[in-house]
Design a protein around this ligand. Structure first.
Ligand SMILES: [Zn+2]
Length: 469
């Protein structure tokens, strides 16, 4: 084995492939073979003694009980940690010495310093050099895909994630439109391609409900449903049966907590224990936020008895509690909604709406969604703003003489001006002696034929639905 590796580095030559053609072979004597599967292992073996040579006296680095952490390593990424400017400079000097001895180089252009502090600029004496080159001091640094800000806040990280997520969402939307994918699967696609970006490493930072990230989720759902951005969020969640993204985040935090509680890794264990102590002494850290999260959903008891709980079971219970709380609030929102006064009757349960699967024609489907969510072009809605603004009780139907307010109820089962076309598409039961009950049961029906006919009725009169919007 050793001989194979040795000869691989002694006799194998390399070449560069570019646009399908290969360059001349050449030899190289530094670094590891690119893309070779044992390269990472060889690198780790090579770097194995670095930690020892950096730790030349007791008390260096972060001290956790009996452990001290002077550096973090991930592949060829390295983080040096120091409590004081002098200590960090000393570590950098030792690194330089080590690299000189083993023929390695540090890319000083990619090397940065972050001085973690509460606020204010860095102090005069806070300067560091590597081999007499000044190292740049920055406020934010991307480590393993997360933006670490000098204050310890993840606001910049969330901005970066929302930028990336928005890009991913736009690409997904473009592909969805091209391929006409049913809405039922779009939630899953969103989770695979966009949520994974938006919630990247949320175990560390995901305690906030983050309106900024949720906005992208809602934007996607609204684009899929074909409704305006001003449409009620509660209605959009309800139609798609989708929960906000924070629910996934909180569950992932709880799962990660379970990992910390059961870990064999002594560093993780020590870190967790010391952060629990800090949190109990009133310090604000990851653990204190976890504790507030648990208390805010009524799981203070679980926090107090954390060593005895069945974590797998707890994750399920916790997730259900998040969902229950969300759905309860959702029910409250649709109960008081003035824009969608009928929605509480047509969507009494929080589940994916069946009509979205039944109506395959996108245009027909969107007309029905707009009626359900109250974002149509009927007077009751258009009279709310702008030049057309009129008092609610005067938003009469312009088609007939009834002086009824032109809302979806009037439009679909009452307006005498539309009788002829109504007789063709709406079953007799609904239109004879119309009532709100009949109207809402028409909108809530799962009967395929009734739904498709209703959609046709709406689109044939579409001038009133789309024109004003
Ligand atoms: Zn009318």
């Amino acid at each position: 084995m050793l001989r194979i590796v040795r000869s691989m580095y002694k006799t194998v030559k390399s070449c560069v492939r570019h646009c399908g053609s290969y360059s001349e072979f050449f030899e190289y004597s530094i670094g590891l073979r690119q893309g070779e599967t044992i390269s990472p292992l060889m690198f780790s073996l090579f770097m194995e003694d670095l930690e020892l040579s950096l730790q030349d006296h007791v008390g260096m680095g972060l001290e956790l009980d009996e452990l001290s952490i002077v550096l973090l390593l991930f592949a060829d990424d390295m983080v040096l940690i120091g409590k004081t400017p002098e200590e960090l400079q000393h570590s950098i000097d030792l690194l330089h010495e080590y690299c000189g001895k083993w023929g390695m180089e540090v890319n000083t252009k990619k090397t940065k310093i972050v001085v973690f502090r509460k606020r204010g600029p860095v102090l005069q004496n806070e300067k560091w050099t590597y081999n007499e080159h000044n190292i740049e001091i920055v406020n934010d640094f991307v480590y393993l895909g997360i933006v670490f800000n000098y204050t310890g806040s993840f606001v910049v990280n969330n901005q970066t994630l929302s930028g990336k997520g928005l890009k991913a969402m736009n690409i997904l939307l473009r592909n969805v439109r091209k391929n006409d994918i049913p809405p039922k699967y779009l939630g899953q696609l969103f989770d695979a391609f966009v949520s994974s970006t938006l919630n990247y490493a949320c175990e560390v930072w995901g305690f906030s409900k983050s309106k900024e990230l949720e906005r992208i989720h809602l934007k996607f759902l609204k684009a899929v449903l074909g409704v305006k951005t001003s449409t009620s969020n509660a209605g959009v969640y309800g139609e798609m049966g989708r929960y906000p993204l924070y629910i996934q985040r909180y569950v992932r935090i709880i799962k990660y907590w379970g990992k910390l509680l059961n870990t064999d890794n002594c560093i993780m264990k020590e870190l967790y224990i010391s952060s629990v102590n800090d949190a109990n002494n009133g310090k604000h850290n990851w653990t204190s936020r976890l504790k507030s999260l648990l208390y805010s959903f009524g799981f203070g008891n679980t926090w107090e008895n954390q060593l005895t709980i069945n974590h797998q079971l707890f994750v399920i219970i916790f997730r259900q509690r998040l969902i229950d709380c969300f759905v309860q609030k959702w029910k409250g929102d649709i109960e008081v909604s003035t824009v969608m006064p009928f929605y509480k009757f047509i969507q009494p349960e929080f589940i994916f709406s069946n009509y979205l699967s039944i109506v395959r024609n996108v245009y027909l489907r969107k007309c029905l969604t707009r009626i359900r969510l109250g974002t149509h072009g009927l007077r009751v809605e258009t009279g709310r703003y702008g030049r057309n603004r009129i008092e609610r009780n005067q938003r009469y139907c312009p088609l007939c003489e009834t002086q009824d307010i032109e809302d979806s109820y009037h439009f679909i089962i009452v307006c005498p001006a539309l009788t002829q076309i109504r007789n063709k598409y709406i079953a007799r039961y609904y239109r004879v002696r119309p009532s709100v009950f009949k109207f809402t049961s028409l909108l809530a029906t799962c009967n395929r034929k009734t739904i498709l006919n209703l959609c046709k009725y709406l689109t044939l009169n579409n001038i009133y639905l789309i024109n004003h919007t």
